[in-house]
Design a protein around this ligand. Structure first.
Ligand code: C2O
Ligand code: CU
Length: 504
């Protein structure tokens, strides 16, 4: 399809404001929160079709060199839409590299606003034309990224998405996401006798019946927008074929802007083998795996018997804003419950096979030890001042870290390469916020809700509402400046992001 001549997105923004102005009247913006409810929605046209994989771009001889164009006009849920994608698809191509490889990406911006590229979870330099969140690629221009994947990089599941402050949620919600896999060097993979290795990249989106992405209300942004359609690889409730007894590896990526995925496969347990791109010490049998926005889980699925089994996201309470506004501001307000939603259906049929057991241990990495040299207290806050701004007047100051909104010029934390630190990140608000740190993965030591820590490095952790997490962060790999932020990307865009500068 041809992208629209004028900015479709902006046209919708203007239309939305106009409609809200008509709808709200004396009650201000409150009525506007439900203003989109009467709009017609695009119905999915591909429900139940077999799960497909995004196009695979694989490295060869130590290098993957690709051009990736961000542009509007991709198929979503089997429909032509004005949603955005990379190289014509959403999710974009799966990029697969190996430890020691160079990943060279020419990012071409055919959007009508700035963008850039973040390799979420990848342990690469934050400097220059590597994983640098401060870069800006303007409309009609391109930029050549070069990511050098260290030879000792763990093999696992990562992803990429834009990171231009202010429009990250819009661009991710609109469809700019893709999987990024690091493969084992030959001969070094654990013996997982799987018959299929699939990416399940989960997104959510809301589309009107013209195929335009529906803009969130101010309240949606404050709660963190959740799309009405929950998709896997851009498909609506796809079917995953399976054979009884045969093992599959599913790499589940939560690429939703705000939605927490509490994943269950009905009639089955999930064998959790890796999280955020690193193996667990041993396969862990789980009824449910919870993924905050940004998190990934690699699970082994072994269907027990023929049948159809739903892969679902169960209800998950992200918190409530009921307390915040003393009533009036919140009435009819936002929904901070994620799910329930059907993600996919596993359709199991055929002659049962027997698969060898999983290895008892997995190649988990041992994070660097060493004495903690610095302890920090970090506070994620949602301020009342900003809450009053939910009327669409800008809402400055609402979403802060240590009382400040994001300033790319300011160093919020400074440390020295080699330092092992302990951060206690508190959340004074009634909503859970997923804490994400670029480049330097952390291990969770403890959380206020007593979630058992995984014991391996991760890059996103949910800070419970009115709770805290305690993290151990080895700044032992790369020097440079990068960011930590809330991975409810609406909150990040509203200012809940800060910088850390690691001096060489
Ligand atoms: Cu997935 Cu700073 O983001
Ligand atoms: Cu948040």
């Amino acid at each position: 399809m041809t992208p629209p001549a004028i900015s479709r997105r902006r046209a919708i923004v203007l239309g939305g404001l106009g409609a809200a102005a008509v709808a709200t009247g004396a009650t201000g913006w409150i009525a506007g929160m439900g203003g989109t409810a009467t709009d017609s929605r695009l119905a999915p046209a591909d429900t139940g079709t077999d799960l497909t994989q995004p196009p695979l771009l694989d490295s060869r001889d130590g290098r993957l060199q690709v051009a990736i164009t961000a542009a509007a006009g991709v198929q979503v849920a089997g429909r032509n839409t004005y949603a955005v994608g990379y190289n014509g698809t959403s999710p974009g191509p799966t990029l697969r590299v190996r430890p020691g490889d160079e990943l060279a990406v020419r990012l071409i911006n055919h959007l009508d606003e700035p963008t850039n590229l973040h390799t979420h979870g990848l342990r690469v330099s934050p400097l220059g034309n590597s994983d640098n969140p401060f870069l800006r690629v303007d409309p009609g221009t391109s930029f050549d990224y070069l990511f050098r994947v260290p030879p000792d990089h763990p093999a696992g599941t990562f992803w990429y998405h834009p990171h231009h402050h202010g429009v990250v949620a819009d661009q991710v919600f609109g469809g700019l996401v893709g999987a990024l896999l690091v493969e084992h060097p030959p001969g070094q993979a654990p013996e997982l006798a799987v018959t299929a290795d699939r990416v399940l990249l989960v997104t959510d989106i809301t589309l009107d019946d013209n195929g335009s992405v529906v803009q969130p209300s101010a309240m949606d942004r404050n709660m963190g927008r959740q799309g009405e359609l929950v998709l896997v690889n851009g498909q609506h409730q796809p079917t995953i074929p399976a054979v009884p007894g045969a093992m599959q590896r599913w790499r589940i990526i939560n690429a939703c802007v705000s939605r927490v995925l509490a994943i269950r496969l009905h009639g089955h347990q999930l064998l959790h083998i890796a999280n955020d791109g690193t193996f667990l010490p041993a396969p862990a049998t789980k009824e449910q795996v919870v993924l905050a926005p940004g998190n990934r889980a690699d699970v082994i699925v072994r269907p027990s018997a023929a049948g159809r089994y739903e892969l679902s996201a169960e209800p998950f309470e992200r918190g409530s804003m009921g307390m915040m506004g003393g009533g009036m501001c919140m009435m009819g307000g936002g929904n901070a419950t994620s799910g329930p939603a059907t993600l996919a259906t596993m359709d199991t049929y055929g002659i049962p096979v027997s698969a060898p057991p999983l290895p008892a241990t997995l190649p988990a990495e041992t994070p660097p030890t060493g004495p903690v040299v610095t302890q920090r207290q970090i506070a994620f806050q949602m301020g009342m001042g900003g809450m009053m701004g939910m009327g669409g007047m800008g809402g400055g100051g609402a979403f802060t870290i240590d009382g400040r909104t994001f300033d790319p010029q300011r160093d919020d934390q400074t440390t020295t390469l080699g330092a092992v630190e302990e951060w206690t990140v508190t959340n004074t608000s009634p909503l859970a916020h997923p804490f994400h740190l670029h480049v330097w993965p952390f291990t969770v030591l403890a959380t206020s809700d007593n979630t058992p820590p995984l014991g391996v490095p991760q890059d996103v952790v949910l800070i419970p509402a009115r709770g805290w997490v305690r993290l151990r962060i080895p700044f032992t790999t790369f020097a440079g400046r990068s960011v930590y932020h809330c991975h409810i990307l609406d909150h990040e865009d509203l200012g809940m992001m800060a910088t850390v500068n690691v001096h060489p």
